[in-house]
Design a protein. Structure first.
Length: 119
């Protein structure tokens, strides 16, 4: 089992930057891919970005490209998402997730961290 704990959320103003963290513990050696998802009020949860744990290959959903940066620290088993915030509409609950090699879905989820954007 892998446990994931997000941190770094809070209230920010449009134009600010914010860095979220996701600390992994447990059977971390089994992780192949880690990702960030978000759920805005009244909307479904959506994929934001992901990174392969060993190779560091990154992927982003189009709306956040050039504004968000995903990274991971293999020594500390922590993943990060640095966000350049633009609009209050980006208020959402952010979740991190992990997936094992060969799995077709994310199996491990954190409880999430709230990001609230004010004008």
């Amino acid at each position: 089992q892998v446990e994931l704990v997000e941190s770094g959320g809070g209230t920010v103003q449009a134009g600010d930057s914010l860095r979220l963290s996701c600390a992994a513990s447990g059977r971390t050696f089994s992780i192949y891919l880690m990702g960030w998802f978000r759920q805005a009020p009244g909307k479904e949860r959506e994929y934001v970005s992901s990174i392969t744990w060993n190779g560091g290959t990154t992927s982003y959903v189009d709306p956040v490209k050039s504004r968000f940066t995903i990274a991971r620290d293999r020594t500390n088993y922590t993943m990060y998402l640095t966000m350049n915030i633009r609009r209050p509409e980006q208020t959402a609950f952010y979740y991190c997730a992990g997936r094992r090699m060969g799995s077709d879905q994310y199996e491990y989820w954190g409880n999430g961290t709230q990001v609230t954007v004010t004008p």
